[in-house]
Design a protein around this ligand. Structure first.
Ligand SMILES: Nc1ncnc2c1ncn2[C@@H]1O[C@H](COP(=O)(O)OP(=O)(O)O)[C@@H](O)[C@H]1O
Ligand SMILES: [Mg+2]
Length: 508
């Protein structure tokens, strides 16, 4: 089998030669080699691919003389896996280097992950026994896992990626890894060996979407195989090492009933949202980063009829529509030569030629706002999108400035008329300071009065105080509107009774 250590130094064949520097496997090899290799007696020998067996019966790496770094553990640090000692890292580096000297990474890359992991395990187990490293079975298992993660996966990120309760992973240079769990950001004990290892992992992630990060193009968006969204910004733009932000893809998307259970929306509020979705209102979901906009959009799409043709446009496909007739589109960033970009605007414009009944735009952030409004205005009602704003009013002015900045030479009043004529409802999502996510406004757009767009709130979230744990107390309140503007729509879809009931229940 390839990759096995040959029994004689000459038996190595081509399969054992080091990968040339330009192969995709090279970064991993570089990553594996810290700048200062622990001095090995064989270091003077030039032949790199020399099988580790020949340096064999050496003593385990001497214990580090330097005192292990004191590790102050504060309550805010989330411990992920076992805390590793400096000695552990020393041993790991030694074994890692022996492994890299032994196997051909480019060949390894051609195997599927399970087979490759099997190979690595075999070789590492052999190295451990040859090098006479004293380790318990558990430690050895940990080491095998870590090494497999480094060679085949995303190294120290793997245990975080494997967890489904994490919403975001934020890596600020090799030493600082933060996660968001249950709305709260916490520091973890995870560390990368150095910025070079972190950079290599970033490189490995973005290379999957055919991109590179380096000094000349230090910003890059990418996606993991599981659908998680990734942003990398590297030095010199980020000053303290490569910075990696991952929005984890949630396999099991939250449903509206979950949001009710979490207290993000009241049961009556949820019913009204359901009616808004089913009666083909044009909806904008507004909120800050991570406030739950996409989640909410996904919930709302659940109330779209089975017989409607739905087209979704996203930067990175996150929505999970359950209907049978869905076309999913995704934008494309420019390639390395700066060509081939397909923008959100291109997609939304193209949508209109695809006979959509509803258009769903993952995130509206630019001139596509104009096209989406046009679509909403021209018979594709029930279209939806999210946008970044802190209140429904701000959402309206954001839309307006997106259109203005898109280079449409229209008078302000015309733009506002277009906005008020197309958007029916704005739903505001927010992440409160205690980490909880709430729907804070359900607001209708009524029309124009002079130059001003008139809105009316149907529902609000009122903060009443804060309990001893710092959690926010509050409640959803109805504003007492008995006949919302979309009443006729609801009636058209046979939902007026349900709407009246929900509004009445909300008042109680
Ligand atoms: N109401 C909620 N309660 C708890 N967690 C939520 C809620 N809404 C969203 N989340 C979680 O918050 C994270 C961010 O949500 P997302 O919808 O992607 O935000 P946005 O699109 O606003 O950036 C996700 O992990 C999601 O599962
Ligand atoms: Mg989103």
């Amino acid at each position: 089998m390839f990759g096995k250590r040959p029994n004689t130094p000459g038996g190595g064949g081509s399969g054992f030669s080091k990968a040339p520097a330009s192969t995709p496997a090279a970064p991993a090899a570089e990553a594996a080699k810290p700048a200062a290799k622990p001095a090995s007696p064989g270091a003077g020998v030039a032949v790199k691919a020399r099988p580790a067996a020949t340096e064999a019966p050496r003593r385990p790496a001497p214990k580090p003389a330097a005192a292990p770094k004191p590790k102050p553990k504060t309550a805010a640090v989330e411990t992920v896996g076992a805390e590793r000692s400096a000695e552990y890292y020393e041993i790991k580096t030694t074994i890692f280097n022996a492994l890299i000297d032994t196997i051909d990474l480019s060949q390894l890359a051609r195997l599927d992950n399970d087979t490759a992991a099997e190979e690595i395990r075999d070789i590492v187990t052999e190295i451990i026994s040859i090098k006479n490293v004293a380790m318990s079975i558990a430690e050895q298992e940990q080491l095998l896992q870590d090494i497999c993660n480094d060679v085949l996966g995303y190294g120290p990120l793997e245990p975080l990626l494997a967890r489904d309760d994490i919403a975001d992973i934020m890596v600020n240079g090799a030493g600082d890894v933060f996660i968001e769990v249950a709305g709260k950001v916490k520091k973890t004990n995870i560390k990368f060996r150095d910025n070079a290892q972190l950079m290599n992992i970033c490189q490995r992630i973005v290379s999957q979407v055919g991109r590179r990060v380096d000094e000349s193009s230090p910003i890059c968006d990418a996606r993991l195989a599981d659908g998680s969204r990734v942003n990398v910004i590297a030095p010199p733009l980020s000053l303290d090492g490569p910075t990696l932000t991952i929005r984890k893809f949630k396999k099991d998307k939250l449903k509206l009933s979950n949001l009710v259970d979490f207290g993000s929306v009241s049961p009556e509020g949820a019913r009204i949202l359901e009616i808004i979705g089913a009666s083909r209102c044009n909806v904008l979901i507004s909120g800050g980063t991570g406030s739950g906009k996409t989640t909410l959009l996904n919930c709302l799409t659940g109330f779209i009829g089975e017989d409607e043709r739905i087209i979704t446009c996203e930067d990175a496909a996150e929505l999970q529509l359950q209907q049978p007739h869905v076309v999913r589109l995704e934008t494309r960033p420019p390639n390395l030569e700066g060509q081939g970009q397909v923008t959100m605007r291109d997609l939304v414009k193209n949508c209109l030629r695809m006979r959509p009944e509803r258009i769903i735009v993952g995130e509206v952030r630019g001139p596509e706002a104009f096209d989406l409004l046009q679509a909403m205005n021209t018979g594709h009602d029930g279209s939806m999108g999210t946008l970044h704003a802190n209140s429904p009013r701000e959402a309206l002015s954001r839309i307006e400035s997106m259109i203005t900045m898109g280079g449409y030479n229209l008078p302000t009043k015309t733009i506002r008329e277009m906005i008020s004529g197309s958007i029916d409802v704005i739903i505001q999502a927010a992440r409160l300071r205690d980490g909880s996510r709430k729907i804070t406004h359900v607001t209708e757009v009524l029309g124009m009065e002079g130059d001003v767009i008139i809105t009316q709130d149907l529902f609000l979230y009122e903060i009443t105080g804060e309990d001893a744990q710092g959690d926010i107390d509050g409640r959803h309140v109805s504003t007492g509107i008995a006949r919302p503007n979309f009443w006729d729509r609801a009636r058209y879809f046979g939902l007026e009774g349900a709407l009246a009931d929900a509004l009445e229940a909300a008042e109680a």
